[in-house]
Design a protein around this ligand. Sequence first.
Ligand code: NDP
Ligand code: OXD
Length: 299
Amino acid sequence: MDTENWHQALKNVDASVDVQIWPNENSKDDIELALCWDYPDGELRNYPNLKCICSMGAGVDHLFKDVLLPAGIPLVRISAPSLTQSMYEYLPAVTTYYLREFDVFQKQQEAQNWEPHENQLMSETTVGLMGLGVLGEYAAEKLSLMGFDVIGWSRSKKDIEGVLSFQEDQLDEFIGKSNILICLLPLTEKTRGILNAGLFEKLPSGACLINVARGEHLVEDDLLAALQSGHLRGACLDVFSIEPLPQDHLFWKNKNIIITPHCSSATHPDSVAPQIIRNYRLMQDAKPLINVVDVNRGY
Ligand code: NDP
Ligand code: OXD
């Protein structure tokens, strides 16, 4: 984490804001808003005047993982067009890769095997998005405009142009239709381990998985078994339970898995500094904050 970039981005928006960098703050008493990512458990208890905790990313699971997270302090997160757009741009690259079976051609090339395939059309391929929040809704709409048959699953039903929406109790129906399944769920107690053997069995044979949410959504051994059996054709993974992925991890050498190092999207300090400063000012004026996290739902 390049804290100097963050410091500069916040100062560029409002030079009058006192920005202090952990662990070298002048005084813990000064800190009213903590901007955090994956910090040591219990650390936030050291700030007696804390009034707002802001995640440096869209995901907030790193906050809830802190068993000593101070209660009663509002949690906010990042929501930025650049983050949403960047996530979207990753997805058509992978969905069209699977659509046109480049993974299969790669293996044919290794075997020097000249074997044309019948082309599958986007309109005949159903992309299923788990999670239709800020990132999922945008991606779903754009993938539909590209020509894919797009469906989505979320806690509540959505009205998104060109996208058939399934709600929480319709998971099986949704999964049964998804030729390419994309996970864009937040990591919560309800979604941890959701990408498991039971779910894979319900996918159409030859389906592909794209996980860009969190590594803990996936039961790794179940994925390896589903790929080994051939029921799943391939998986593209951007996130892992342990990051960086350990050198001896079985995923590295699995020819049916594509690995990207948690970079499908990223928060750029310059693009999100204005909303952080805005929340800082709203907090000072005791006004309602933006991008507030629902502590009961966990996202
Ligand atoms: P949002 O909070 O905006 O959306 C979450 C979506 O998931 C909502 O549609 C919500 O339903 C749905 N959902 C939550 N719980 C359930 C459940 N139990 N059953 C069904 N649906 C559920 O999140 P974002 O779109 O902003 O981000 C999603 C995740 O993407 C982040 O939490 C983060 O982990 C990951 N991420 C990964 C990045 C990367 O670089 N790989 C970058 C940024 C984010 P409803 O709408 O009904 O509430
Ligand atoms: C995020 C991420 O949650 O980059 O923003 O993973």
